[in-house]
Ligand binder design. Structure first.
Ligand SMILES: CC(C)(COP(=O)(O)OP(=O)(O)OC[C@H]1O[C@@H](n2cnc3c(N)ncnc32)[C@H](O)[C@@H]1OP(=O)(O)O)[C@@H](O)C(=O)NCCC(=O)NCCS
Length: 395
């Protein structure tokens, strides 16, 4: 294999079909099951989008009511999950906390019969597992933030829908409608994005016939990195470093001279701008107005215009969502866990799609290590010599 045949980072490689979402960088569009994500964010509750990703169609009123009832049944923080989180150091990263919690939920779900051969589950079992995880994650994320602030668990409220209840469990206060709306939009925008690194990780794990929880746990590991989900957290660190719009130019001069990556800008697929940004930016604007934080608007606009004019690289979804989550009151370390709570819907839709039409994902590599060599004094036996004579295959 020659160097030019290697697609570093699988860039540009089409690995499989998916019917879950379509990213079109040419038209700057993102469709979930055919619907533009902007339309979904403007009109739907997050629950309806979760249903759409799993089932391929938006729910009827009765189907939405059924999903909401099921979600409410699994909203509380399970005792064993809380106990596991409480064992972790207070300064462990919330992504590690959520990854551990998902592992505990998986290990506690014995519907797989305890055998690795049964673990991958039927489509019905995997849908039920998906709903349970999606329902359980807000309590886990909310508790993580409250634990770090030395606050008790807030029990869920049955009279609140998903997004409002998520904010209630995090802050213990009745959330304002405008805040719920901005948060709901962010949940929808983060829900799905085709074969990104974490979704692909989930599909690779599923392809071995491993179980849904293992696939989600692995996906969380992939999402943690700052080149992927961790960027929304990193945007806030950058904004705190800069401080105010007046400092943008000298800060950017220095950062670019040091060849730093400016978090919240750039995308592997979108090269002319991320289709989700205008919707999230509009949600951020409503929050800026609501909280009276014109300083945030100025810093946001100045960094964007300076960076785009110098590098021609546009903001991605993390650029507006980072400051939006900050204004709502989430700790910076909680931002990427919020991404998990949303993306678990897309991950699980892909896990079920992969399981329904599976092929083990196992690419090849080109070896560029040292040439073959041998242990001094080693004499191979006859079977080893015979095996070495057969054409080599990778396993
Ligand atoms: C997302 C990202 C990994 C996409 O990367 P990619 O498609 O592999 O593109 P590359 O990293 O190869 O970047 C191509 C060029 O643009 C530059 N570039 C890309 N994003 C940049 C950024 N945010 N800041 C500074 N330079 C950037 C690279 O340094 C590289 O320059 P070079 O050709 O002089 O080496 C990259 O844009 C990035 O690291 N962004 C910041 C992290 C982020 O916001 N991630 C969230 C993604 S949704």
């Amino acid at each position: 294999m020659t160097e030019t045949e290697i697609k570093k980072g699988l860039a540009g490689v089409v690995v499989d079909y998916t019917a879950v979402s379509k990213v079109n960088p040419e038209t700057n569009s993102l469709l979930y099951r055919g619907y533009p994500v902007q339309e979904l964010a403007a009109t739907q509750p997050f629950e309806a989008v979760a249903y759409l990703l799993w089932h391929g169609e938006l729910p009827t009123e009765a189907q939405l009511a059924e999903l909401r009832a099921e979600e409410r049944r699994h909203r509380s923080l399970a005792e064993n999950v809380k106990a596991a989180i409480d064992l972790l150091p207070l300064d462990s990263h919330p992504m590690d906390e959520v990854r551990t919690a998902v592992s505990v939920i998986g290990a506690s779900d014995v519907t797989g019969g305890g055998s690795v051969l049964d673990a991958s589950g039927s489509p019905e079992e995997n849908l039920a597992r998906s709903i349970r995880l999606y329902a359980a994650l807000p309590a886990i994320v909310a508790y993580g933030q409250r634990r770090r602030r030395a606050l008790d668990v807030v029990e869920p409220r049955d009279d609140l829908d998903y997004s409002a209840n998520f904010l209630w469990m995090t802050f213990g206060e009745e959330p304002e409608e405008i805040v719920v709306d901005a948060f709901n939009r962010s949940m929808i925008l983060y829900a799905e994005h085709s074969f990104n690194a974490s979704t692909f990780t989930a599909r690779v794990i599923t392809s071995t016939l491993s179980d849904l929880y293992s696939a989600v746990t692995g996906a969380i590991g992939a999402l943690k990195g700052p080149l992927h989900g961790g960027a929304n957290e990193a945007v806030l660190h950058i904004m705190s470093e800069i401080g105010s719009a007046d400092n943008v130019v000298p800060w950017l001069d220095r950062a670019l001279a040091e060849k730093r990556k400016i978090m919240g800008f750039g995308h592997r697929v979108y090269k002319k701008g991320d289709s989700r940004v205008p919707t999230m930016k509009a949600a951020l604007d409503t929050l800026i107005e609501h909280y009276g934080r014109q300083d945030v608007a100025e810093l946001y606009a100045k960094l964007e215009s300076e960076f785009v004019s110098r590098k021609g690289i546009y903001p991605n979804l993390d650029y507006p969502s980072g400051p939006a989550y900050n204004l709502i009151g989430f700790d910076t370390l909680t931002f990427t866990p919020l991404f998990i709570a949303s993306r678990v819907t897309g991950w699980t839709a892909h896990i079920m799609e992969q399981a329904a039409s599976n092929a083990l994902i196992r690419p090849l590599s080109a070896y560029n290590g040292v040439d073959e060599r041998h242990i001094a004094g080693y004499v191979p036996d006859a079977a080893t010599l015979a095996a070495a004579a057969r054409p080599a295959e990778q396993s």
